[in-house]
Design a protein around this ligand. Structure first.
Ligand SMILES: Cc1ncc(COP(=O)(O)O)c(C=O)c1O
Length: 384
């Protein structure tokens, strides 16, 4: 097993990205979804070759990326993707907006399932539509989509569903049956499902991740998947995402997007993503998943030891911990006190929707040392 370990704090502080520049140096930044690992060696090598060659022009209309992703999807998810049905763009957010613009009319409503990655609310608006909220249901053991609620929203005229698979912030891998049922209800009402699968490469083994377009014939006909290497391989700044379809009608919609949508793909993003999705990077990704598995457990151990009032469910995927701190009585937005008094930056629960009151989202894509220090600092505030 290849060991993938996070960089030490002094090296991380040399970085100039949002995670490392938003707050002063006494703050441990565990908010935005960037990770603290070095790049996978194949990515570094590919980018280095491009730098050495001055290969920094526009992305080509034909690149190895589509084939690289199709092979990755087959190896990792058993999902057969036709490379001809892939188009790229700058990032997952842009892919979502551009597809929503095509599948909704201005003023129509799009189903969103809070607590949810906060920009979803804005992306729907950017596409000219309105959000209709159908919160995830907490069964007591897991979160799941409220399929009855979604059906009711569609009966009431909503014209698309924006799915997060796996779900941010809860890290939920949706059950195949639920995805199949979502596809069927969407087809019944003639609406599109846009599935954000940015966290998919980070689904832990055994959690049963299903790409939406693999969840049945209806899902294949109504679905659009937007995928990227950016979360698993920490490439968000390089700007590259892929829009994938599995049907002639949906394929025609993506093909009809202006060529400019594709031109906004970053050349470095495309080069890096091809390397990320190549078989040569599989061992690195497996090593990362192993590290994140240990970290998601460590968060649980540290919380039960040091902040037993916290409620935390081990996520199926990703590196984000959704933590309910309401029992501490720190109000709707405990992230504020945690930043001010513990000097730890976590994402504030209410920005994920009203369901996030009393919650924080903590990024554990870092070292055990930083995680331990952060949770110790927060624990030191309890009872104070
Ligand atoms: C679910 C989800 N979608 C989209 C994004 C943003 O992706 P991009 O930078 O490719 O727009 C994130 C970033 O954390 C995310 O968690």
């Amino acid at each position: 097993m290849l060991e993938v370990t996070a960089l030490p704090l002094d090296e991380l502080r040399e970085r100039t990205s949002e995670k490392w520049r938003e707050y002063p140096d006494d703050v441990l930044p565990l908010f935005v979804a960037e990770t603290d690992f070095p790049l996978a060696p194949e990515i570094t090598a590919a980018l280095q070759r491009a730098l050495d060659a001055g290969d920094t022009g526009y992305v080509a209309s034909r690149t190895p990326l589509a084939a690289s992703y199709a092979a990755f999807a087959q190896r990792r998810f058993g999902w057969q993707v036709d490379p001809e049905r892939i188009r790229t763009t700058a990032d997952v957010s842009m892919g979502i907006v551009e597809i929503l613009r095509r599948v909704t009319q201005p003023g129509e409503r799009v189903v969103v399932m809070p607590p949810i990655y906060p920009p979803f609310f804005d992306l729907v608006e950017e596409a000219g539509a309105d959000v209709v909220r159908v919160p995830l249901r907490d069964t007591g053991a897991a979160w799941e989509m409220d399929l009855d609620g979604i059906r009711a929203a569609l009966e009431d005229g909503a014209s698309a569903v924006l799915l997060c698979n796996p779900h941010n912030p809860t890290g939920t891998v949706h059950a195949r049956e639920a995805l199949t049922a979502l596809g069927e209800v969407a087809e019944e009402f003639g609406v599109a499902v846009v599935s954000d699968e940015i966290h998919a490469p980070l689904a832990q083994p055994g959690t049963g991740f299903t790409p939406f377009l693999e969840a049945g014939d209806a899902a294949r006909r109504v679905g659009y998947a937007v995928v990227s290497a950016s979360k698993a391989f920490n490439l968000a700044g390089l700007k590259c995402a892929l829009m994938v379809t599995a049907d002639d009608t949906t394929g025609a919609v993506v093909r009809s997007l202006p060529i400019e949508v594709e031109w906004r793909t970053g050349q470095f993003g495309s080069i890096a993503a091809s390397a990320a999705f190549s078989e040569a990077s599989d061992a690195w990704l497996d090593g990362l998943l192993h590290t994140l598995d240990a970290n998601r457990m460590l968060v649980g151990d540290l919380l039960s030891e040091r902040i037993p009032q916290a409620r935390y469910r081990i996520p199926d995927a990703g590196y984000l911990a959704w933590i309910d701190l309401s029992a501490l009585g720190w109000g709707d937005a405990p992230a504020r006190r945690i930043l001010k008094d513990a000097r730890v930056a976590v994402s504030s629960g209410p920005t994920f929707g009203t369901e996030g009151a009393g919650h924080v989202r903590l990024n554990f894509g870092t070292s055990p040392e930083i995680l331990t220090e952060a949770i110790e600092r927060i624990a030191a505030l309890v009872g104070r």
